[in-house]
Design a protein around this ligand. Structure first.
Ligand code: UD1
Length: 379
């Protein structure tokens, strides 16, 4: 019987990790049967559907329709529904990616159902237990039979936790597979058009030049769930940063909701130089990153993309599970937290950030092929 591989996606950062893997399975192991499960943690077209179309991901075979909720609600609903899928299909492997609630929920369910588990993007550690993603990462890695890691730092984290060396496969960063496959198509896009077409509030002509704008994203609970923190950041963005250059801000639904609840939304969208857009598709976001003077973000994926593109990245966090992207490791990212004084000072020096494109070993666009080869070897 051919192996049946069940692959799981749930939230936006999963889609660019699963796309190259599905393409590589189809090309290198065509006799493997694939079953794509979408938990539905992210469900809007802008957060989900657009990525399927653009990245050529086949329609999901199973939709769990889990939707929003607290961590326990999302994880609980996912486990109940995923258990039924596993009992009906009995796959050979379950493959989970990243660190979102869907990753952890399906990892636990797979092991409870005695299905072999593979984790792509294993070994990342922020050592910050206040982040839901850290809990998800540690639980998933503890359970996985195959741990596919992006770099040597991740290997070392796993070894320190006692993970047997034969379960760890260093394969590189699968996000970079997607970046490389979309890079040229992205470069052909016009940043002004991207932004003009997706603004949440209409305004006059948008004129952006390469290296002439800042790109901003934030969605982490630590930055957007507390009104005072959010108000201070908005004050800096609207009153100071946008005076230096236009700020393009693709807004995350969590952030928009919290800005509205804190009475800050009108101030943000009413600011002439702050260009708030709907969540963008992958290629548009890549194009904006290619042309940005600086990127301010709390997203792990953007940190990695900035590293490979050579965009100075001010990471609005106090720690990172991706230290390889930091300037200290030859990358482009500086940790600046969410304290405005610290961000202001870093922004002043951002021009001087020594940022050449930096490509850690195996971040070469071939990671998915290495993963599929490992499955084929394992039989
Ligand atoms: C999740 C992940 C985070 C990842 C991020 C990327 C966890 C714990 N967090 O955070 O690691 O970096 O996705 O986006 O898994 N919403 C919509 N439309 C959608 C999806 C969500 O409006 O399509 C709203 C939800 O109703 C909710 C909020 O956005 O109120 C947050 O969604 P949620 O999935 O809880 O977490 P994220 O902050 O997106």
């Amino acid at each position: 019987m051919n192996p049946l591989i069940t692959l799981v996606v749930g939230a936006r950062p999963n889609f660019m990790k699963i796309a190259p893997l599905m393409h590589a399975f189809a090309a290198r192991a065509p006799d493997y049967e694939l079953c794509l499960v979408h938990t539905g943690q992210h469900y809007d077209d802008a957060m989900s559907g657009a990525f399927f179309t653009q990245l050529g991901i086949p329609a999901a075979d199973v939709h769990l329709g889990v939707g929003s909720g607290t961590h326990a609600e999302q994880v609980g609903r996912t486990m109940i529904k995923f258990e039924k899928v596993l009992r009906a299909r009995r796959p050979t492997w379950v493959v989970v990616v990243g660190d979102v609630n869907a990753t952890c929920a399906c990892a636990i369910t797979a092991k409870q159902e005695q299905v072999r588990l593979a984790h792509v993007e294993a070994g990342l550690r922020s050592f910050d237990w206040s982040m839901p993603e850290e809990v998800n990462r540690v639980v998933t890695d503890r359970l996985a039979d195959f741990l596919f890691t992006p770099d040597a730092i991740a290997d070392a984290n796993l070894e320190k936790e006692g993970v047997a060396a034969d379960r760890i496969h260093r394969v590189g960063n699968i996000m970079i597979d997607t970046l490389e496959s979309q890079r040229e198509a992205a470069a052909a896009l016009d940043p002004s058009r991207i932004v003009a077409d997706s603004l949440v509030a209409p305004r006059g002509k948008v004129e952006l030049t390469d290296k002439g704008y800042a790109l901003l994203t934030m969605h982490r609970p630590g930055n957007v769930d507390t009104a005072e923190v959010l108000a201070a950041l908005v004050g800096y963005i609207v009153d100071e940063l946008s005076g230096e250059c236009p700020v393009v801000w693709p807004i995350h639904p969590r952030t928009q909701k919290n800005l509205e609840a804190a009475g800050l939304w009108e101030r943000v969208v009413g600011s002439a130089q702050v260009l708030v857009t709907r969540p963008l598709d992958y290629r548009s976001m890549l194009r904006l990153n290619q042309g940005a003077r600086v990127c301010l973000t709390d997203s792990g994926g953007l940190q990695e993309e900035c590293c490979v593109l050579g965009t100075p990245c001010l990471t609005m966090r106090d720690n990172t599970e991706r230290p390889i992207t930091l300037v200290a490791h030859g990358g482009c990212s500086l940790l600046v937290g969410n304290d405005v004084g610290r961000i202001r000072a870093a922004m002043r020096d951002a021009g001087a950030l020594s940022c050449t494109t930096s490509r850690p070993p195996l971040w070469d666009g071939q990671t998915a092929n290495r993963i599929v080869d490992a499955f084929v070897e394992a039989g």
